[in-house]
Design a protein around this ligand. Sequence first.
Ligand code: ATP
Length: 507
Amino acid sequence: QEELFKKLIAHSKEYGFVFPSSEIYDGLSAVYDYGQNGVELKNNIRRYWWEAMTRLNENIVGIDAAIFMHPTTWVASGHVGAFNDPLIDNKDSKKRYRADVLIEEWMEKQREKIDKEVEKARKRFGDAFNEELFRQTNPRVVELSESITTVNHRMVEALEQNNLAEVKKIIEDCEIVCPISGTRNWTEVRQFNLMFETKLGSVSDEANTIYLRPETAQGIFVNYINVQKTGRMKIPFGIAQVGKAFRNEIVARQFIFRMREFEQMEMQYFVRPGEEMKWYEFWMEKRMRWHRAMGFGDSKYRFHKHEKLAHYANAASDIEFEFPFGFKEVEGIHSRTDFDLANHQKHSGKKLQYFDPDINQSYIPYVIETSIGLDRTFLLVLSAAYAEEKVAKEDGTSDERVVLRIPPALAPVKLAVFPLVKKDGLPEMARKIMDDLKFDFACQYEEKDTIGKRYRRHDAIGTPFCITVDHQTLDDETVTIRYRDTMEQERVPASRLREIMNDKVSL
Ligand code: ATP
């Protein structure tokens, strides 16, 4: 799987999906650029999300707020005080780690030990094996799972109380060693704020310090009254937004999974207080359906319920996807209560209440939020789509191909048009067909190399349909359409292409 992930990163670069930022200067850590195919895929994912939110839901509208916001926004939202990661350094390797991540990785290792014990026993007992009973009674397994529960409990409490000495003590008690130096020579734990600061205007005094937004949500909260009034929205209603967010991540690795500059697609759904759990469940289910509609297989997704809640939430779950490096969060669904709006009301002095005509009452709405990373979804699509296959050749030997099985609706190029040869009027005919379709579909014209090579190139970027224009086309206006996934070829009238495409490129 590690190997697969490395190949995926290399493939992304080779085929113009993702480049390291400012690569000629050796890149910038955890910052990436999207190439010619990457930008198309990203736009298509964004559109899939945007339309699912704003078109399919009559009560959800979009906005596009600025990245810079009044600095008090981040005091009210709690980010100035609490958007921190607890950091620890190893004195020997001089490497810096997130203390909570070290502890979580330790717990994961304990879980793996349990799984090993379970597997060993399953082999030993065969059909008679009762896993549940084994987990409850085997002394080693019981001891391991109790240690996980205790450590988890201690960590949640320590972070909640901002008790950094206790976090350090947990690291010592678990005998966690630095993966680089192998020693337990740790510094104290300290809090590190993830927000990037910059200065507004030319006077560099404190008052001009502003932040690059670490989440897009606050742009929605501060505009909620504007949208509600001007759009005459009635609760429940939602506001959707896609935009950049910035976090000075410490553990910045895993390619575009964790970046310092990334894009979020967030939707805040404003509901009547007391009804938030109903809507929380509703959105969990609805968001899972959106993911599954991409067709990568339901078993690749799961929910993960948060025990440790962020400062603003009263319930939270993640949708996790099975990346090459394991199940990891792609989207969070959070019940944020009235935390944000109540605090903005307090700090701004402006009334952010809603008058609910159905019950004749004013209140600050509660909020359910769905928050998904665009870049992380991009990585999801790439890793689910990437496949290496053996292909039988006509002469009986076999060949290899790399194919990106991207859902046609999301593919960067929908249709590639090839003239069989560069003469006899075939290029002109091919261009004519393409000119007819290019307003509706992303098309690409290719005349270089053999048809076989052209197919491979388009397999590698996930083009679902390739059509070839040959001499017969000049006679009867039929073309060969070749399907990416099955590699089957079919002769069809050129006039039917639009209909075939329309049928296949919607999700
Ligand atoms: P994590 O636990 O992975 O740091 P988070 O719980 O802090 O993520 P949220 O604040 O809930 O994440 O953000 C919502 C979504 O934004 C995440 O599910 C993820 O898809 C995306 N996201 C968050 N941080 C990053 C990042 N540094 N790079 C890319 N995407 C991110």
